[in-house]
Design a protein around this ligand. Structure first.
Ligand code: FES
Length: 120
């Protein structure tokens, strides 16, 4: 593992369209968190903040998908985001996007890379 990478969870912890795994992001602030999900077989990570008001997206910890399992949803006002891009397709932040966190799946591990995190 390189110096700026952080292990978040194991590959088996992420079910496609299932619950995500949250992680702390103290690099962005004291109470800032991020999350990683699997969608279409790939993993995606974002800062856990809606694109229009900085509140966390998940209703219960780790529940980021809507009932169709096709979109990430903000539990507060219902904005829908494409899991693969973080782009908001419906809701008060339509046209904006979630802040992505560089993530990779390597050797059955899910790793984020914090190298350029403050620039995302
Ligand atoms: S705070 Fe923006 S839709 Fe939830």
């Amino acid at each position: 593992m390189a110096g700026n990478e952080r292990l978040i969870c194991l590959s088996r912890d992420l079910v496609d369209g299932g619950n995500g795994v949250r992680f702390d992001l103290p690099e962005l602030g004291q109470y800032v968190t991020g999350f990683v999900v699997r969608f279409g077989g790939k993993v995606y990570a974002y800062v856990n903040q809606c694109a229009h008001v900085p509140v966390e997206l998940d209703w219960n910890h780790g529940e980021f998908f809507d009932f169709t399992r096709q979109y990430l949803i903000c539990a507060v006002h219902g904005a829908h985001f494409r899991p693969e891009t973080g782009f908001c397709v419906a809701g008060p932040c339509h046209g904006r996007k979630l802040r992505s966190v560089p993530v990779q799946e390597l050797g059955q591990q899910i790793l984020i890379n914090l190298e350029n995190l403050t620039n995302v």
